[in-house]
Design a protein around this ligand. Structure first.
Ligand SMILES: [Ca+2]
Ligand SMILES: [Ca+2]
Ligand SMILES: [Ca+2]
Length: 227
């Protein structure tokens, strides 16, 4: 029953799609690009945090057995309810790709990653939501757009992924008079580079970004307890 043919880089296809998407956004006139420095991004953290916190309710709604994790079946129901047109295989891929912390299933922070990837990668042209907003929450979409902008700010060479040079360059723009210490840059980058391949995909960036913003972690949250 076990499948041993999965290649070491099972995220390759999804990450390649994301790379393309990032370059597409960068080229498009839609990009506002209001970030001039990393500090500008950090200033947005409180605002982003507020919006992402609200996802908790959605997460709990789909975590039917309230065990703090969305399993594959629960995700399929969630996709159905959101009226997303995804093939079973695509859902499985998303599920695997968003399980970044290695604990089986999708926890809250991974769920945020998942929603953002759905937002970016789904073709909504056949969706009934098109007239209102893609995800039913303009606020959430605006927040995802900000995160994309932050990524594009960091992606200095515009190839849709982050490497060390991109990060060094971005950090040094903030402190041109005092080059940021190499070890700080290295640490920040290593934090993001989950698979250790030297390139950070948008997916990996997103997960780290959520940590930096400081959205409540699953550990602090007592599932189902209302007292
Ligand atoms: Ca569950
Ligand atoms: Ca997980
Ligand atoms: Ca790059």
């Amino acid at each position: 029953m076990f499948c041993f043919d999965s290649p070491p880089n099972k995220y390759k296809k999804l990450d390649a799609k994301l790379e393309k998407k990032m370059m597409e956004v960068k080229r498009s006139a839609l990009q506002i690009n209001n970030f001039r420095s990393i500090n500008g991004i950090i200033m947005k953290f409180p605002q982003i945090k507020e919006v992402l916190k609200d996802i908790r309710g959605v997460f709990e709604q789909y975590d039917e057995d309230s065990n703090g994790t969305i399993d594959n079946d629960e995700l399929k129901k969630c996709v159905k309810k959101l009226q997303l047109h995804l093939a079973e295989k695509e859902i499985d891929d998303l599920f695997d790709s968003c399980d970044l912390d290695g604990s089986a299933g999708i926890q809250f922070k991974e769920f945020i990653v998942l929603l953002c990837l759905i937002y970016l990668l789904t073709d909504y042209s056949n969706s009934p939501h098109t007239l209102t907003s893609k995800m039913g929450s303009p606020q959430l979409e605006a927040t995802f757009d900000i995160i994309v902008e932050a990524f594009l700010f960091l992606d200095k060479n515009g190839d849709g992924k982050l490497n060390k040079k991109d990060i060094v360059k971005s950090l040094n723009e903030d402190f041109p008079w005092e080059k940021s210490p190499a070890h700080v840059t290295r640490a920040r980058f290593k934090e993001m580079d989950w698979d250790g391949k030297g390139n950070v995909s948008f997916r990996e960036f997103l997960f780290s970004f959520i940590n930096w913003v400081g959205v409540d972690t699953d550990e602090n949250h007592v599932t189902g307890s209302k007292k």
